[in-house]
Design a protein around this ligand. Structure first.
Ligand code: SF4
Length: 325
């Protein structure tokens, strides 16, 4: 899936306006510095999550189609690479569900021919019951599917799937993919308070996750604006408790932010750079240290990355930025 899995909004980070299918690179909590490739027009998806940050699904479908002009996407990427693109991942994502693009496998192969940068696919995972979708996703290095429910009623309530998708074929698809894919599977579980947060749900999640065998389990909750306005987020401590229950592979990726970053304090890009010259900092460090919003900081970081004066690295699952001196 899906732009919403970027922990960071992408729009503000585009440093030019001519890009149509690529966005970023943006610092992502899950993937480091990630260049997004949008292979699905807004908002074609197989489901219609109540927590989606993009709004309602406008076309709910399971039909795979040729959805964007491949040559244009690749031309944009070649241009980026020629300009010295630095990214930890090239990530197939978009304004909908990327596995609905029937040429996803061709895209991945074509990108591999152009660069050694690792490839990720952000997917809701609901089409992995299909052999062709599994074959396409298996060409990536990391696949990040979702599982938000452990029973049909909750699946219907949170994900509002296409009529031909059930929780059982969703889970079966994830299990089948695990069997054939030697790369990393990072399973996102989105917890909505009062819908899938009870002990009973967590116990059922655990059983399913034991069947699916992901390499990581990443817990999220509604920390950003959602399609339905009454979607309730779970408190950080409750999310941590669930992570503990799910075992050592589980972590919280929800991006809890203070409501106010202290906008009265004016800072500029030079402050960000000078902070990163002193020590590696996470996005949160910079925001709280300088009183800037995430989007302001992201703009500066994206710019500095392109200039080659800021680098990123992951430590214990967290992305840190530092100045290249
Ligand atoms: S999978 Fe859910 S969150 Fe992702 S684009 Fe579709 S509706 Fe939105």
């Amino acid at each position: 899936m899906c732009a919403r899995k970027y922990s960071i909004s992408s729009d503000e980070n585009n440093m030019t306006t001519e890009k149509t299918y690529l966005y970023g690179p943006v610092p992502s909590r899950r993937l480091g510095l990630s260049l997004g490739v949008d292979v699905v027009p807004y908002k074609i998806c197989s489901i219609d999550c109540i927590y989606c940050q993009l709004g309602r699904t406008t076309e709910k479908t399971i039909e795979r189609r040729d959805l964007v002009p491949m040559e244009k996407v690749l031309a944009e990427l070649k241009d980026k690479l020629a300009k010295g693109l630095k990214a930890d991942f090239i990530t197939f994502s978009g304004s909908g569900e990327p596995t609905l693009n029937i040429r996803l496998g061709d895209f991945i192969e074509a990108v591999k021919d152009l660069t050694d940068i690792k490839i990720a696919v952000l997917t809701n995972g609901t089409l992995l019951y299909r052999e062709d979708v599994r074959a396409d996703c298996a060409k990536a290095d990391v696949v990040l599917p979702s599982l938000d429910a452990a029973d049909e009623a909750t699946f219907a309530k949170i994900n509002r799937p296409h009529s031909q998708i059930s929780i059982e074929n969703h889970v079966e698809g994830l299990c089948a993919f695990r069997k054939q894919f030697a790369g990393q599977i990072w399973l996102e579980v989105f917890i909505v308070k009062g819908i899938n947060s009870s002990q009973g749900h967590i116990v059922r999640f655990k059983k399913l996750i034991e069947r699916i065998k992901p390499d990581r389990i990443q817990l999220n909750t509604a920390v950003r604006p959602t399609t339905l306005t009454d979607v309730k987020r779970l408190e950080p401590s409750a999310l941590e408790k669930i992570a503990n229950q799910l075992g050592a592979k589980a972590e919280v990726i929800a991006d809890f932010q203070p409501a106010d970053y202290g906008k009265s304090i004016e800072r500029d890009a030079e402050d960000v750079l000078s902070m990163l010259k002193r020590r590696p900092c996470s996005l949160e460090d910079i925001c709280s240290g300088l009183g800037l919003t995430r989007n302001e900081v992201l703009k500066y970081i994206a710019h500095f990355q392109q200039e080659g004066c800021v680098d990123s690295q992951q430590r214990q699952g967290k992305v840190f930025f530092k100045a290249v001196i």
